[in-house]
Design a protein. Structure first.
Lengths: 118, 114
């Protein structure tokens, strides 16, 4: 149980293009999903909290117009990196919290998407 | 600024020995604590969660929590080369408006030598 998938697992794109990453909870419903970014040899940095049916909450310093988040259903959240540039190259990881999982809020992570912008 | 601190390591451990990882956190009202294992190039995998003071054991892993000292630790018994990874300590920061966010430490890299 508690499986989270991401698609694609890796993507290479040209500077200026947009890239969409999907995050799905496969065997549970997730009212809340989280998007993280991880640069080499650094820890996870939370970018935003995605809430089903409402606007995402972005962390300080994360541009909401550049990183568009949509959480249209209880099992799917998408992150779109708009007008990507080489400095956006990173490992993007989503996590999901089981809506029925009780008060302790364990987060289960997807396998990540490695984005390379040329 | 709520913080979670870990020694970055690397923590070098002989195969079969006990690896001891430590984590301190600054937010006194934190309620739940997690240890994730992350292999190089992979995403984090939840290995332990702990919510009450004391010890919690699961297989070769034991998590220890001391809320008064704001300290949580992870012990790995009978360490195996496959345990070589970065271990991330995470603390649940309860914020109603934004959902319950996790604050991660920088991770401790563990190397188990055969």
């Amino acid at each position: 149980g508690a499986v989270v998938s991401q698609h694609p697992s890796w993507v290479i794109c040209k500077s200026g293009t947009s890239v969409k990453i999907e995050c799905r909870s496969l065997d549970f419903q997730a009212t809340t999903m989280f998007w993280y970014r991880q640069f080499p040899k650094q820890s996870l940095m939370l970018m935003a909290t995605s809430n089903e049916g409402s606007k995402a909450t972005y962390e300080q310093g994360v541009e909401k117009d550049k990183f568009l988040i949509n959480h249209a259903s209880l099992t799917l959240s998408t992150l779109t990196v708009t007008s990507a540039h080489p400095e956006d190259s990173s490992f993007y990881i989503c996590s999901a919290r089981d809506t029925a999982g009780g008060p302790w809020d364990e987060q289960f992570f997807g396998p990540g998407t490695r984005l390379t912008v040329l | 600024q709520k913080e979670v601190e870990q020694n970055s390591g690397p923590l070098s451990v002989p195969e079969g020995a006990i690896a001891s990882l430590n984590c301190t956190y600054s937010d006194r009202v934190s309620q739940s604590f997690f240890w994730y294992r992350q292999y190089s190039g992979k995403s984090p995998e939840l290995i332990m969660s702990i919510y009450s003071n004391g010890d919690k054991e699961d297989g070769r892993f034991t998590a220890q929590l001391n809320k008064a000292s704001q300290y949580v630790s992870l012990l790995i018994r009978d360490s195996q080369p496959s345990d070589s990874a970065t271990y991330l300590c995470a603390v649940n920061e309860k914020i109603k408006a934004a959902g319950n966010k996790l604050t991660f430490g920088g991770g401790t890299r563990v190397l188990v030598k055969p």
